[in-house]
Design a protein around this ligand. Structure first.
Ligand SMILES: C[S@@+](CC[C@H](N)C(=O)[O-])C[C@H]1O[C@@H](n2cnc3c(N)ncnc32)[C@H](O)[C@@H]1O
Length: 411
């Protein structure tokens, strides 16, 4: 244990901390409404058959919760059915997603028996992707279940005994984002995981991570509106126990769906402009839409709990950067050229790249994405295969925006 007294706080001390801001900046997401958007007119150019499949993928909607797909929230995730349909439309043996987010595509690609590489700049994305794609033996699943149970017991004991727990100093300034009882229970869970030695630790952390926004005063993962929901003592500990059970069941289902002999997914923390995956035959990915989200600041609570290093300056197309509209759009165009060139280099000859991307909106202006993506692919010497698009009505902006799947091939 460290000797720094500031790192140790008892539950009593935590409750006494005063003068903290009631609201902290959690990124510029408060006006963003992520909700249902209705899908309208479709348009296809290039390969018609492939285009039709892409339109069907773009129109995917409704619940789809197989295996680990429902585990842990992640903003702007691809619809899992869209991922499945795209993989079916673009057959191959190896797949990479350099903006893997919560790993939606990676999970479906494992189920399709592919060798999978995923990367993202956001450490929360890599944590969630790692947890969603974990391929465990029966013995490891049993062990995971036992370890999660042991964490629950230890945390409940710390609560009962009012034990001192260790917390990273980074979380203390966010304490007012929690009701006291929820914060204390999270603190005891955090400490129980921290002191637990196991190769499965990232999976335990992911279960903890799935609760830290839900049991805060934040309305959701994509909104920093404050909501006060009464929570009885013991709610968070119970939620951990239930989440743990659900997660083990989801992982068990994943093992049954993934063909035997499939390699485990390789997931790394990396900037898509400089990826480090091996040569692959297919890349399917969804980069940040310009000016739409602040992916890294949105994770501020998790960043504080885990004391994560967020490389916010390297985030592509962030909403906050679009306060300087022209400069930000120019940067997004340049970044698009760079990451597409990196993908082109990583593809084998004959390999395909599919990009799921949608128009952004800033100051009432639509930010076009299809033409610059196609131009970036041309510069990278990829040939155009198809462009499929649908119009969506976005209730947040009351505008129609177009979402695309653009497919290219390396000669
Ligand atoms: C549209 S989301 C991907 C969502 C993902 N397809 C899913 O289903 O969860 C875009 C992702 O790009 C990541 N990102 C932003 N800038 C990046 C960069 N320079 N390199 C790699 N990833 C980046 C964000 O962290 C975010 O996870």
């Amino acid at each position: 244990m460290s000797k720094n007294p500031n790192e140790y706080v008892s539950r009593g001390d935590l409750n006494d901390l005063a003068g903290l801001p009631r609201r902290v900046n959690l990124g510029d997401a408060k006006k963003r409404i992520s909700g249902q958007v209705s899908a309208g007119k479709a348009h296809i150019e290039g390969d018609l058959e492939l285009g039709k499949k892409c339109v069907t993928a773009l129109r995917s909607s409704g619940e789809f919760k197989r295996a680990t797909q429902g585990f842990h929230a992640y903003p702007a995730r691809l619809h899992p059915e869209a991922a499945r349909l795209l993989l079916e439309a673009l057959p191959g043996k190896t797949l990479a997603d350099p903006f893997c987010g919560g790993g939606t595509l990676l999970v479906e690609a494992l189920i399709a028996g592919r060798k999978v590489f995923g990367s993202d700049l956001n450490p929360v994305a890599t944590l969630v992707s790692t947890a969603r794609t974990a391929l465990l033996s029966q013995e490891q699943l049993t062990r995971l279940s036992q370890e999660l149970e042991a964490i629950h017991v230890k945390a409940a004991q710390s609560m009962d005994e009012k034990k001192h727990v260790y917390l990273p100093p980074s979380i203390l300034k966010y304490k007012n984002w929690y009701k006291t009882n929820c914060f204390d229970e999270l603190a005891c869970l955090y400490d129980a995981i921290r002191t637990h030695e196991s190769e499965l630790k990232p999976l335990l952390q992911a279960v903890f991570s799935s609760l830290v926004v839900k049991y805060s005063l934040r309305a959701s993962d994509t909104s920093n509106k404050v909501v006060y929901i009464p929570r009885k003592n013991g709610t968070v500990l119970r939620a951990f126990k239930e989440k743990a059970k659900e997660y083990v069941a989801q992982l068990t289902e994943l093992q049954t769906l993934v063909p035997p002999g499939t390699d485990p997914a390789q997931i790394t923390l990396a900037d898509a402009r400089h990826p480090d995956f091996e040569k692959v035959d297919t890349i399917i990915t969804s980069p940040p839409y310009p000016g739409t989200y602040d992916y890294l600041p949105l994770q501020q609570l998790r960043q504080a709990w885990f004391d994560l290093n967020m490389r916010e300056k390297e985030e592509i197309g962030s909403r906050r950067s679009f306060k300087q509209l022209k400069a930000a759009y120019d940067a997004w165009l340049k970044d698009t050229d760079t990451w597409i060139l990196s993908c082109a280099k990583a593809l084998v000859s004959g390999g395909q790249l599919a990009v799921v991307v949608g128009e952004g909106m800033q100051s009432g202006k639509l930010l076009r994405v299809a033409k610059p993506t196609i131009q970036a692919a041309e510069k990278a010497k990829l040939s155009f295969v198809t462009s499929a698009s649908i119009e969506r009505f976005d209730p947040a902006t009351k505008m129609k925006k177009i979402e695309y799947i653009l497919v290219f091939k390396k000669p």
